[in-house]
Design a protein around this ligand. Sequence first.
Ligand code: ATP
Ligand code: MN
Length: 250
Amino acid sequence: DRIARKRDREFSQFRERIKDADQFKVTESVFDEATYGALYKLVQDGHIDAFGGPISTGKEANVYTALRGDEEVAVKIYRINASDFREMGEYLEGDPRFEEVAGNKKAVVVGWVRKEFANLERARAAGVRVPEPIAVERNVLVMEYLGAEDGRAKRLAEVSIENPETAYEVVREYMYRLYDAGIVHGDLSEYNIVVQDSQLYVIDVGQAVTIHHPNSEDFLERDCENVAAFFNRQGVDTDGDQLLAYIHEH
Ligand code: ATP
Ligand code: MN
């Protein structure tokens, strides 16, 4: 009917507009048909008003800026084709919220993005600074943008830390709060912690698992090793075992 035809026409115009946009030229491979659909839905639902430039091109996902009204937001788009589904599926294991999708390819990515959204919500509720989750659609996550004066907020690995002892205590407290709320980050390091207005934020929680995951203790141990090693290099007297003990016994 007429309305459906109008909708189809609007969608194809939208898709052409995105395909032509300069910022997406280099990374066109991100976008399969269904991803255009997801972006279109996010625009229709008022979560995205204009697309900005790329912030990061990672192994599994690209991150872009966008405008939502006059607020800047971050849009993380998982590449369905590039993603290692089997590996991703393993991170859904033992999580009662997502277990049923762990075997199915497309469902795994969609489940993964929803898990990232849910983990951001849970981390926030637990008192851990993370980007505020805004919307999720298929393989696309919209969240609060963390910025600095000259672009995206810097990773902990990119800044010189004024007071490493205090920063370490903050990260330790975050790890404890996450664990207390039943989640383990699973990829925590100076690359997944960013600094905005002197505050530390944890990012990239897609792979975070619940403590019911069969490997959650191994992941926690690895996180502790990575975080402690980083702060040790900054002059803090700690190691992975001490950090792990703190999280277990606090
Ligand atoms: P990588 O494989 O590079 O770790 P990733 O797929 O794990 O990428 P993220 O770590 O979530 O994805 O994001 C990649 C980079 O994009 C981050 O290191 C950070 O610099 C930037 N970034 C992610 N989310 C945001 C955000 N909400 N605000 C500002 N910058 C962000
Ligand atoms: Mn990351």
